[in-house]
Design a protein around this ligand. Sequence first.
Ligand code: AMP
Length: 304
Amino acid sequence: MRICRTSSEMQQACRELKKNTVPERGLGFVPTMGALHAGHLSLIALARAECDVVVASIFVNPRQFAAGEDFAVYPREFEEDCRKLESAGVEILFAPAPDDMYPSGATTFVEVEGIGNRLDGASRPGHFRGVATVVAKLFNIVGPDRAYFGQKDAAQVAVLRAMVRDLNFPVNLVACPTVREEDGLAMSSRNRYLSADERRRALILSRTLEAAQHLVKTEVRGAQVLRDALPEALAADPLLQIDYVAVVDPGTLEPIENIDNGALIAIAAWFGKTRLIDNVVIEPVAQRANPDLSQAPARELSHA
Ligand code: AMP
């Protein structure tokens, strides 16, 4: 695996690499902030299966962290990450320094208005401006045909889809399913911040979402019912602090009233000093595998 440290070296290397691809399979790209786990590796595996060549990046992007957030302590495990990427079959890794990505005088930003200020964008002002800016730069440096992102960060997927559409990036954005620990906790580089007690309590997120999914399958169609029921279920852990509970359109991130046309149910919550997010996507009724489960017993959300 070749490692490129500067944008110009990376741009050149990707151009060379793309010469060897057939247009339908092309170059697949997986941007990350490192501290890689099985969630990240699932993105690489899908890119590997779908593309001729696979490129990844590791860059802890200072511009997507607000003052007081965990930029300084964000886990950095470069050597181990390189081993994982190499054995996953990545051809080139881009690992630039902040100065290379943002030389002094770099004052251009990408702002996805509206969508970029919802969910995590509302809780973390400036976050999606930083994300959209760095991903736009990475797309221009790498020139991918397909780029892979985790559905775990559902709001990020919505913001980047809007950016790709609005700025005509010639890239196909692929959203990949959330990879979970055996007990259901969504994998995240930030899970390592949790104490043993917080780790145990954090299961309430996936369990609440699972119960919400079950309610949708059996009886609930109104989004407000879920918006009321989820915080009630989360109140079972009095130490947990809800950041947001959202039932929104997965594309626009705007609140919806009825979930028949599909929905994103998303939660962000604090466990001590650690903020975790998780979500499920509800398919439109017409696309649900088994939409008529009216005979199935409803499971109470409060039992989550
Ligand atoms: P990060 O390193 O946190 O910026 O994540 C890099 C990419 O991996 C993003 O597209 C994330 O959405 C994705 N990702 C993170 N955790 C998971 C997970 N548990 N399952 C699937 N994808 C994930």
